[in-house]
Ligand binder design. Structure first.
Ligand code: NOJ
Ligand code: CA
Length: 713
């Protein structure tokens, strides 16, 4: 509930000839927002953190194509402020309850250039940062706008270092560049993406979430929240002034957004702290800027782990497609089809045996011979299996083992085709005992040439999540737009990929060891990622001696990712035989939770290291993941890190760590599993290999544990 803000926070000067300034501070006073409307109608804002400049005076304006007006010249009609403090419970997540405490400032403005268009600019100031959005209430005459430009500026106080991705309109599947802003050159720095797009980006633009660090140690994260019915925001850089300006992803004909009043833009978010750990914890601010769940009964939404007929295709052991067409157009099997009934049963058996709830099956439906790179529409129908895949029998078999098959809908960018078939496809799923689907949008969006991150596709993902919810289906979207906290509103939208996942390690130059220490500061700020951790066979030469590709981590680090890379739908991505061969390490994947009561970021520096502890929901168990992004040097996880444990209570710590001679490149699979008795005062000291990690499970000790397991150190 909003309450009018009683304290004096309006320092609104009345004289029209003078600039009108209004300030609002965060509840703890550390962050201060100042808005200014000059006498000639220009609106700008400033943000400070502990009296240090975060955002210098930065302009806010919009440009419409229809009607052809620049909204840059405003009169203040009214300013309102309020304060808010409520706690809510997410359906699943990193915390069982989240406090939303903020001050709101609402500026009701009128364009004074003649159009009389009404715009509200709303700011919310949290302890973690600032969010702002534009609202277009119903107008007197005209209620349909075409936005050609949004000029929200972020004038930074210096040439900060940045973890950035090129401002591509279609893909986020790049490795991060780490340079000063003045060195951004997206054209040169683009690494390969599976939706490789040579033409659809701005060479001077970067994507959000953008992670910045100032020379004097301020961490600043710029992103957006509640991206609905609007394109995603890239940021164009003016290097002469260190100013970033919103650049909306255009549609097929170059327009940015089509709005019908009442309308609102997503929130633009600026998160700031002098402690990197607080940036990760502040992903809650993005959730707080999203609307509560639209789904009333959420009991069918189940966080889970899954295995799948998946990695075996990425390592080329089997194939998605069934065969090759001969000269007469007949499909001749090549004998390597992965999604066959017997193979899927093998995965179901493995899942059932190990308490894993789901089995993803890719390549089960006809069309994969034509799926990629041919720009063909209507390749998939989402209901017709290949001849060696017995849907009914697998439904029966999975049910008998208490396991659910996870559906796969690869659209290969043919999204109108998918929209036409969604109802049929979701009905088919429900009729065959499936309640989760992984969708995919590899390739350019056909036929119209929309972009993955444009308004049309943003609306598609939301429509898909809503439609899935109507069928009580959970979704995991690959190649979607990056997330903006919408999982609060649509908690059945469990995860997205929307970044460069583990799969790149199977068939490309891969992801550098720093990659997973950056993602929680960037992509994951907006929500869970289906990164597909858990690869035990690190080198692809295992599958083919000619291959030099490898996962750029140690095995122990793959385990730690289950804690550091939050998702409520988490894959155990490697092959069952690779897990069977290392049962002691696989135990961590079996034990680790996917839904949490609490999260503590113990240590963090983007690109360098990350240690997170989480308490499993409704359980006394805790799990720790610690990863190193340093590809050269050994590091140590050291200190009284377990102080979150209940005081004086003895726990068993199962420590999964790198062997002393482990190294992500030279000896990635060398690990050790130790068990010790620990408590809240234990002083840990665990060596972490270059590109390595450690995973720890903490469970209350039983009477027998107290007798048989030795104390740490
Ligand atoms: C790309 C996805 O990210 C991957 O997980 C999937 O296996 C392929 N597309 C095929 O749909
Ligand atoms: Ca992908």
């Amino acid at each position: 509930m909003k309450r009018p803000f009683l304290c004096l926070l309006l320092a609104l000067s009345v004289a029209v000839t003078k600039a009108q300034t209004i300030t609002a501070s965060s509840p703890n006073g550390a962050i201060r927002l100042t808005t200014e409307l000059t006498s000639n109608g220009e609106l700008s804002y400033i943000v400070t953190y502990k009296n240090r400049s975060v955002i210098l005076p930065s302009a806010l304006y919009l440009q419409f194509k229809e009607p052809a007006v620049a909204l840059a010249n405003f009169t203040l009609v009214k300013a309102d402020s309020s304060r808010y403090d409520q706690t809510w419970k997410p359906v699943w997540g990193e915390y069982s309850s989240i406090r939303d405490q903020h001050r709101e400032l609402k500026l009701q403005l009128k364009d004074r250039s003649g159009s009389n268009i009404l715009v509200n600019v709303i700011f919310r100031v949290f302890n973690e940062g600032v969010g702002f959005r534009y609202e277009f209430p119903m107008q007197k005459d005209l209620n349909h706008f075409i936005v050609s430009n949004e000029g929200s500026q972020f004038h930074l106080a210096g040439d900060h270092t940045a973890f950035w991705l090129p401002g591509d309109y279609n893909s986020n599947e790049f490795t991060y560049n780490h340079t000063r802003l003045s060195e951004v050159n997206a054209e040169v720095s683009k690494s390969f993406s599976s939706i490789s797009s040579k033409t659809f980006f701005d060479s001077n633009a970067v994507q959000t979430p953008l992670m910045l660090k100032s020379d004097d140690g301020l961490y600043i994260n710029i992103h957006e929240a509640a991206l609905l019915n609007y394109p995603a925001m890239n940021l164009v850089l003016d290097k002469t002034t260190n100013t970033l300006q919103s650049h909306l992803v255009p549609d097929a004909v170059g327009n940015k957004a089509y709005l019908q009043t009442p309308a609102k833009t997503p929130w633009r978010t600026i998160i700031v702290s002098d402690d990197a750990r607080e940036i990760i914890a502040a992903n809650r601010m993005i959730l707080n800027l999203n609307e509560p769940s639209k789904i009333e009964n959420t009991s069918w939404i189940k966080p889970q782990k899954f295995v799948g007929v998946w990695w075996e295709m990425h390592v080329d052991k089997s194939r998605w497609d069934y065969g090759n067409f001969n000269a007469e157009g007949k499909l001749i099997p090549h004998g390597k089809h992965g999604a066959n009934t017997a193979n899927v049963k093998r995965f179901i058996d493995f899942a059932a045996k190990n308490g894993i709830q789901g089995v993803l099956v890719e390549g089960w439906n006809v069309g994969w011979e034509d799926w990629f790179g041919k720009w063909k529409e209507n390749v998939f129908d989402f209901v017709t299996p290949y001849p060696d895949y017995d849907v009914k029998e697998l439904q029966r078999y999975a049910k008998s083992k208490g396991v659910k098959i996870i559906m796969h809908h690869e659209t290969s960018g043919s999204v109108t085709n998918y929209e036409r078939q969604m109802d049929t496809a979701y009905r088919f799923m429900k009729n065959h005992g499936m309640d989760a689907v992984k969708t995919g949008y590899v390739g350019y969006i056909i036929p119209r040439g929309e972009h993955h991150d444009g308004q049309w596709m943003v609306n598609h993902y939301t429509r898909a999540a809503e439609k899935m919810a109507g069928y009580k289906i959970m979704g995991d979207m690959h190649e979607s737009v990056r997330l903006t906290g919408l999982h609060r509103t649509y908690p059945n939208w469990m995860a997205s990929e929307a970044a460069r996942g583990n799969e790149f390690n199977a068939w490309s130059e891969g992801n550098p060891p720093s990659h997973e220490t950056i993602l929680p500061f960037t992509r994951l700020m907006g929500g869970p990622m289906d990164y597909t951790p858990g690869i035990f066979h690190i080198k692809m030469s295992h599958y083919d001696p000619k291959k030099t590709n490898q996962v750029h981590t140690t095995l122990a680090k793959q385990l730690a990712l289950y804690v550091t890379m939050y998702s409520p739908i988490q894959m155990a991505a490697d092959l069952p035989e690779n897990y069977e061969a290392k049962k002691d390490a696989f135990q961590f994947i079996k034990d680790v939770a996917v839904d949490w009561d609490d999260t503590k970021v113990l240590a963090a520096e983007p690109g360098e290291f990350l240690t997170i502890a989480r308490k499993a929901k409704g359980s006394p168990n805790w799990f720790i993941g610690s990863i190193s992004g340093n590809s050269e040097a050994v590091s140590t996880l050291r200190g009284k890190l377990l102080s979150f444990l209940p005081r004086g209570k003895t726990y068993v710590a199962a420590i999964y760590r790198d062997a002393t001679n482990a190294h992500w490149k030279f000896n990635p699979m060398a690990y050790v599993v130790d068990r010790f008795l620990v408590d809240d005062t234990t002083n840990l000291e665990i060596g972490i290999a270059p590109g390595g990690g450690a995973a720890i499970s903490l469970m209350p000790a039983t009477a027998n544990d107290l007798k048989t397991i030795r104390k740490y150190k």
